[in-house]
Design a binder for this molecule. Structure first.
Ligand SMILES: NC(=O)c1ccc[n+]([C@@H]2O[C@H](COP(=O)([O-])OP(=O)(O)OC[C@H]3O[C@@H](n4cnc5c(N)ncnc54)[C@H](OP(=O)(O)O)[C@@H]3O)[C@@H](O)[C@H]2O)c1
Length: 253
């Protein structure tokens, strides 16, 4: 698979048990990467590993809870045990909050948004970069959201943590650029996954609204988001770092 986009690369994917991360697992493996799949849902990961291996790819799974810093560091250690190095990391997992105005967002919700959607990326990137720099560098892609770009009165804690993640992404890119570590973010718009279904269940009509207000008239398929991450993780994006790339069908334009 030497002509593929991610040939020979070892790539860690968080949130690989479903949605965008699951699509990324399949795509990155097709593109020649050895993928290490991480999430809490061990059974879903095991099924995906079996599928990718059956297709001739290289895949392993590890259990990860992003709310636990020790779990994140152990995950990166496990990648080193498995492969001896790390070339790419797709820090994609996140949790959505209960929709509602900021004065009704609970302290527990704010804490979860901080731990899983922001602090986890800090811990993960630090561990990932430490392993990457021992073997000449690498590339990191963090999944943010279109919801980070403007006021987010409906998902205020989620929006705030995603915007903080954009800042951290840019800071890491500048800090590590001379070490050959590129760091970029992507901001998906509405994407057909369980996360949007969860939002729809809490706020009926939100999918119809996203679809109606999208310039392309539809939501993204998870694979379309994963494609952008694949390119950013590849050597073909060698001059791209510190970018926050919209993948939203023009919704943020
Ligand atoms: N779908 C959209 O419309 C949309 C729009 C903009 C941005 N995004 C972003 O895209 C990314 C992927 O979202 P998605 O739509 O694919 O969501 P999803 O289908 O709900 O998947 C979320 C993934 O994150 C994992 N996860 C959640 N909490 C975790 C934790 N504490 N520890 C480890 N893993 C955890 C889940 O696995 P387990 O539950 O098995 O742990 C799952 O694999 C997220 O960063 C999300 O904010 C999505």
């Amino acid at each position: 698979m030497t002509n593929t986009l991610l040939a020979g690369k070892v790539v860690l994917i968080t949130g690989a048990s479903r949605g965008i991360g699951e699509a990324a697992a399949r795509l990155f493996a097709q593109e020649g990467a050895s993928v290490v799949l991480a999430a809490r849902s061990t059974e879903a990961l095991a099924r995906l590993v079996t599928e990718i291996r059956a297709g001739g790819g290289t895949a392993d799974a590890l259990t990860l809870d992003l709310a636990d810093r020790g779990s994140i560091r152990a995950a990166v250690d496990r990648v080193e045990e498995l492969h001896g190095r790390l070339d790419g990391a797709f820090n994609n997992a996140a949790v959505v909050q209960q929709p509602g105005p900021l004065d009704q967002t609970t302290d527990d919700e704010i804490d979860e948004q901080f731990e899983v959607n922001f602090r986890a990326h800090w811990t993960a990137m630090t561990a990932e970069a430490a392993l990457m720099r021992r073997h000449g560098g690498g590339a990191i892609v963090n999944t943010s959201s279109i919801g980070s770009r403007r006021a987010n009165p409906v998902l205020p804690a989620y929006g705030a943590m995603k915007r903080a993640l954009n800042s951290l992404t840019e800071s890491a890119a500048v800090t590590w650029a001379r070490e050959g570590i590129r760091v970029n973010g992507i901001t998906p718009g509405g994407t057909a996954t369980a996360m949007i279904d969860q939002w729809e269940a809490a706020t009926p009509g939100v999918i119809a609204h996203i679809t109606a207000t999208s310039p392309v008239g539809r939501m993204a398929e998870p694979r379309e988001v994963a494609e952008v991450a694949a390119w950013l993780l590849s050597d073909r994006a060698s001059m791209v770092t510190g970018a926050i790339v919209p993948v939203d069908g023009g919704a943020g334009a």
